[in-house]
Design a protein. Structure first.
Length: 300
């Protein structure tokens, strides 16, 4: 399967989608490469799931600026005729000033969250609703649909999603097309990126976890389980491989701690060296678990 075949198959869908949702030409031209690249990554068997995701999840554009967040995927619970459903959308911040590669990265990153949350999204207990985003969940009160908290595995979800974002953008960078507008889009993307693209979202956490991200057992298993929505036994699977109870919990707690410390370090004017030492200490804890996992799998 090559890009031209996929685009010829999906162009009518993309044009109709952009008309229905009032997307501008910038987004249309990026979707011409993004949607085929998703199909090329996940396979033609996942075409319906991919198209349903892009149809269901709308792109909202705002000119608001936030210090750290450029874009986000949101899924909000609603009760409709006694059933729980969700309203899904992606928000792109500072849209008027966003650069091409940032827009591309944000769209790929957030739609990849959405795609990997599409199946088995909602789980309910007596008092709570769990909304899945990839391998993590946000928890809401069942009685009033108010947000309670998010699980600390959200950092690992972001790391894996960032890894896949790079994969998809590298597919886009290699696209060949006879269409002049698409040629220009690819040329612009390649002109503004290195020969191999690496998304810099969650850079520190991704760097600490780089060895486990290169572990084919780890990445293939979690990518598959995120896509199918069968994420609730991951902790048991991970702990069985490491041979240490709660190693998956400790990994996620430590990743969240590094993220919090990194934000603190960026804001600090005093005692920065103390915070840096703490980041290094927690990072060593993560690296020990990564090494333990890697040493106990047969297929790396």
């Amino acid at each position: 399967m090559n890009y031209s075949q996929v685009l010829n198959q999906e162009k009518e869908f993309i044009d109709q989608l952009c008309q229905e949702k009032s997307y501008d030409e910038n987004i249309r031209h990026l979707l011409y490469v993004i949607i085929p690249a998703f199909i090329m990554k996940y396979g033609i068997a996942k075409e319906k799931l991919i198209l349903n995701t892009f149809q269901t999840v709308s792109i909202e554009r705002t000119n608001e600026k936030e210090k750290y967040i450029k874009a986000y995927y949101s899924s909000v619970p609603q009760e409709v005729n006694g059933e729980y459903k969700t309203r899904k959308h992606i928000v792109i911040q500072n849209y008027k000033e966003i650069q091409l590669v940032d827009l591309l990265d944000n769209l790929v990153h957030e739609f990849n969250h959405a795609l990997n949350s599409y199946k088995n999204e909602i789980r309910t207990t007596k008092n709570y609703i769990y909304l899945r985003t990839g391998l993590t969940c946000r928890i809401f009160q069942k009685s009033n649909l108010q947000f309670v908290k998010k699980q600390n595995s959200y950092i690992l979800e972001e790391i894996i999603n960032t890894h896949q974002t790079s994969d998809i953008i590298n597919i886009i960078k290699g696209i060949k097309s006879e269409n002049r507008d698409i040629q220009n889009t690819i040329y612009a993307i390649n002109s503004e990126t290195e020969s191999t693209y690496s998304s810099n979202s969650y850079y520190l956490q991704s760097y600490i976890c780089k060895e486990i991200l290169n572990n084919r057992t780890f990445i293939a298993t979690l990518e598959n389980l995120r896509l199918t929505g069968e994420v609730y036994d991951i902790e048991k699977w991970f702990d069985n491989i490491t041979g240490e109870e709660k190693s998956y919990q400790i990994l996620n707690q430590s990743l969240e701690e590094v993220y919090t410390l990194e934000e603190k370090y960026a804001e600090q004017k005093l005692w920065k060296s103390f915070t840096l030492r703490k980041i290094r200490f927690v990072s060593q804890r993560i690296l020990r678990i990564v090494e333990l996992f890697n040493n106990n799998v047969n297929f790396r």
